[in-house]
Design a protein around this ligand. Structure first.
Ligand code: GRF
Length: 223
């Protein structure tokens, strides 16, 4: 099977990036990480990419704190296109993406979020869940739309919140599941098994998969 070419955007530690790289190098998923782009020059994610022989590009974010300047967002598009990506995976990318980027890659951008969406969108979802006192939390891989953590849900994994847990213990339990389901979601896309109808994702059985990912577009966009 031809490999799905994934461009990863990451701002930080890149442990999800590493999980994707590891699964891809092990041949567990039909995915090639084609490029990693970061807004943070010394992001560990870029080091992880270089260590794995994956092109690692720093594109400075410009003058805003939470978003990219339009011309800079354009450079992100160009960089990803230069590397021929089919799908964009956000992995701890701390910038909100806007219309031009979202339209350019419509239906081909996914994100991982450390809660069971739609509960606890936004920053430090692990703390939000822990402070609320929920008994179960988890992780969500979803398509990206113009809202914050609102796009169609692809996969979720559930973890318990144990009595006496700290926020960090809960976050570590969730992260372990993130590392499991992010490669899994990419493999489903690589196999052409994801369809999106409105806000709802369906996962086809392997033999039903016919469409290559480039034509598997959903309306979804997320953050
Ligand atoms: C993860 O918790 C992910 O869910 C969130 O940002 C964090 C990134 O962690 N979107 P890492 O950089 O992949 O280690």
């Amino acid at each position: 099977m031809e490999k799905l070419k994934v461009g990863v955007l990451a701002s930080g530690t890149g442990s999800n990036l590493q999980a994707i790289i590891d699964a891809s190098l092990a041949g567990d998923i039909d995915v090639e990480v084609a490029v990693v782009v970061s807004d943070v020059e010394d992001a560990v994610a870029l080091e992880r990419a270089r260590a794995a022989g994956v092109p690692a590009v720093h594109v400075p974010p410009g003058k805003y704190r939470t978003k990219l300047e339009p011309e800079i967002e354009e450079r992100y598009v160009e960089t990803l296109e230069e590397h021929g990506v089919d799908v964009i995976a956000l992995a701890g990318f701390m910038r909100i993406l806007h219309d031009d980027f979202l339209t350019h890659f419509a239906g081909r951008i996914i994100n991982i979020h450390p809660s069971l969406l739609p509960s606890f969108p936004g920053l430090d979802a692990q703390r939000q869940a822990w402070e609320y006192g929920v008994r179960w939390s988890g992780a969500t891989v979803h398509f990206v739309d113009a809202g914050v953590d609102t796009g169609p849900v692809i996969i979720q994994a559930v973890v318990p919140v144990r009595d006496g847990d700290t926020r960090d213990q809960l976050a570590a339990r969730i992260l372990e599941e993130e590392h499991r389901i992010y490669p899994m979601a990419l493999q489903l896309i690589a196999e052409g098994r994801i369809t999106v109808d409105g806000g709802r994702v369906s996962i086809l059985k392997p033999r039903q998969a016919t469409e290559p990912v480039r034509e598997t577009t959903g309306e979804g966009r997320g953050a």
